[in-house]
Ligand binder design. Structure first.
Ligand code: ZN
Length: 238
């Protein structure tokens, strides 16, 4: 089972003989024009005479895989969240796309039974899991949301019923962000995007500062991430 767009495009590259780079470029171009990820992939696969049904991504299976990782270990989940939070705020180049981060928060909200401290995580473990989560969530928003050159513009026509609420929440929060508002990731209050710190309202951020949370070190990025449906939202988060 292929869970991520990257893995799926790699499979298509192997099966069709077209380079991964060319396929990724075409998919990105088509998504910028408002075509869905699955539709773009289907068109390429059909042109190559391959069976489109074997090159599908299942949004519900992507979510199940993400939940599986997040349930593995509580500390690990906290660290993954911290890494992704730093990346979404980070410099443009290696930024984790905001829609994918919003989807991550939605998935995370349904994981409340992570095991406590069953193992000690190495920074490499955290790195690998964070990278995996980034790919899963970037793929997920590409599949469940409707895209145009302006980014997320709604819920995808073929979004599974069980994930329509998630896609709608991502869309709603993106709209808020485009009008300069951010939903605090801690208390959920809507505040001015300029009055935030670490993706939280100033009040929540002040509380966290007092309690000194675990913050994994930033690492250098060795792997280039291709942004399927990555929206350029400008500098919406301070
Ligand atoms: Zn808050």
């Amino acid at each position: 089972m292929t869970f991520t767009a990257r893995a799926l495009l790699q499979k298509i590259a192997t099966d069709s003989g077209i380079s991964y780079r060319d396929i990724a470029q075409r998919v990105n171009d088509e998504m910028t024009e408002g075509k869905g990820l699955q539709d773009s992939i289907r068109a390429i696969v059909q042109e190559q005479g391959l069976d489109p049904d074997t090159y599908r991504l299942s949004a519900t299976k992507i979510v199940a895989e993400a939940k599986r990782i997040l349930r593995e270990d509580y500390t690990q989940t906290l660290m993954i969240s911290a890494v992704l939070g730093q990346m979404v705020e980070g410099p443009e180049k290696d930024r984790f796309p905001v829609p994918a981060f919003l989807a991550f928060l939605e998935v995370l909200a349904f994981v409340d039974d992570a095991r406590r401290d069953t193992k000690s995580e190495t920074s490499q473990d955290i790195d690998e899991h964070a990278t995996r989560m980034i790919e899963l969530m970037t793929t997920l928003v590409s599949v469940v949301c409707k895209w145009s050159k302006d980014g997320v513009v709604g819920v995808a026509d073929d979004c599974p019923t069980s994930l329509q609420e998630l896609a709608m929440t991502v869309f709603r929060k993106i709209k808020l962000l485009q009008s300069g508002l951010w939903t605090c990731i801690s208390c959920g209050n809507i505040v001015s995007a300029k009055e935030t710190n670490s993706l939280m309202c100033l009040e929540c951020n002040a509380k966290i500062d007092e309690s000194e949370p675990v913050r994994p070190k930033r690492r250098g990025r060795e792997r280039a991430r291709t942004g399927y449906g990555q929206a350029d939202l400008g500098d919406e988060i301070e």
